[in-house]
Design a protein around this ligand. Structure first.
Ligand SMILES: Cc1cc2nc3c(=O)[nH]c(=O)nc-3n(C[C@H](O)[C@H](O)[C@H](O)COP(=O)(O)OP(=O)(O)OC[C@H]3O[C@@H](n4cnc5c(N)ncnc54)[C@H](O)[C@@H]3O)c2cc1C
Length: 286
């Protein structure tokens, strides 16, 4: 196994090109180091193009190499993409958050990857470049190919950045998760929501839940239920019921029963949506 550290994007792409698929991109290594045997690795964690959080033509541009710790601590993400800050704050333990990156979280493609769930709710787009220098853009929700399997091929392609519309007037997002312990525990269920209100009516909504399928899953029936509605107490019970009815979950002896997971789906979807609406209403009042 060889380990190469790329100092620039050009150098990283050159290595991918020369190795012809026989090398793997590594960022924080928190997922990759668990895989055996390890392939040859090219470390992109110092490549400037995948680092930092900035604005790009009105969008938040978040580097794929931003760690969970950086995202959770970012004042911009906390105030304009709350769901992502909340998701990154809940990942693993301080050590895992200090090393693990948002990009790695998506490419590893775990069904309930916390940052990926939040990015889908936020409608984030990913920017990628391949070893031949061609760029592409894709919605995060379209990059899951299956269980632990991504359409981003880390042997030939580098995920550069995520573009997220910042939450402004009348917009809000939130992330919720339930795990048996606060630290070092994967979620039994996690959920994220985004809403845009116009005159107190929900005119755009995304509600995401996991793990119910190989990828973070939009709750389309729940979204239809609330779209065009004025949010009030009467709607939240229906949200809880609809969310739990539109998914199929499995129980396991080690984690939790099927019944309990259905319960969590309803409760967390309701809480995430309600919190996103509260934040959107607060922004309308300012
Ligand atoms: C103890 C422990 C607890 C954890 N708890 C959680 C948790 O609670 N919630 C959660 O969501 N995750 C959790 N994780 C998973 C992990 O920390 C995250 O998925 C992390 O974000 C992965 O990022 P990384 O930079 O370490 O990825 P790496 O391990 O470096 O890479 C993972 C995959 O992504 C690819 N890759 C990485 N960066 C790029 C890039 N820029 N372009 C193209 N391909 C790339 C690699 O080739 C590899 O296939 C946990 C992991 C551990 C070990």
């Amino acid at each position: 196994m060889s380990y190469m550290v790329a100092a620039s994007l050009e150098q990283a792409l050159k290595i991918l090109h020369e190795k012809g698929g026989n090398v793997q991109v590594i960022a924080g290594g928190t997922d990759l180091y668990l895989k055996k045997p390890l392939p040859d690795l090219v470390d992109v964690s110092s490549v400037p193009e995948i680092l930092g959080i900035c604005r790009d033509e009105g969008m938040l541009s978040i580097g794929a190499g931003v760690t969970h710790t950086e995202a959770a601590a970012s004042a911009v993400i906390q105030s304009e993409a709350e769901a992502l800050a909340e998701a990154c704050r809940r990942v693993g333990s301080p050590q895992v958050r200090n090393m693990g990156t948002i990009g790695g979280n998506l490419v590893n493609a775990a069904p309930a990857a916390d940052a990926a769930v939040a990015l889908v709710a936020l409608g984030a787009k990913a920017l990628l470049v391949n070893h031949a220098g061609s760029s592409r853009e894709a919605f995060v929700e379209d990059l899951y190919a299956g269980y632990n399997c991504s359409y981003v091929d880390g042997s030939s392609e580098i995920l550069l950045r995520f573009l997220v519309e910042p939450c402004g007037q009348g917009m809000g997002s939130a992330f919720m998760r339930f795990a048996p312990r606060e630290a070092l525990s994967l979620p039994l269920v996690n959920s994220a929501a985004f809403v845009r209100l116009r005159e107190n009516i929900i005119e755009e909504v995304r509600v995401v839940i996991a793990p119910v399928k190989p990828a973070p899953t939009r709750l389309v029936e729940t979204e239809k239920l609330v779209l065009g509605c004025k949010p009030g107490e009467d709607i939240w019970r229906k949200v809880e019921y609809t969310a739990a009815s539109e998914v199929e979950v499995r129980g396991s002896l080690l984690r939790c029963s099927e019944e309990y997971r259905y319960h969590l789906v309803g409760v967390l979807a309701r809480r995430a949506l309600k919190k996103a609406v509260e934040r959107a209403l607060n922004r309308q009042r300012r």
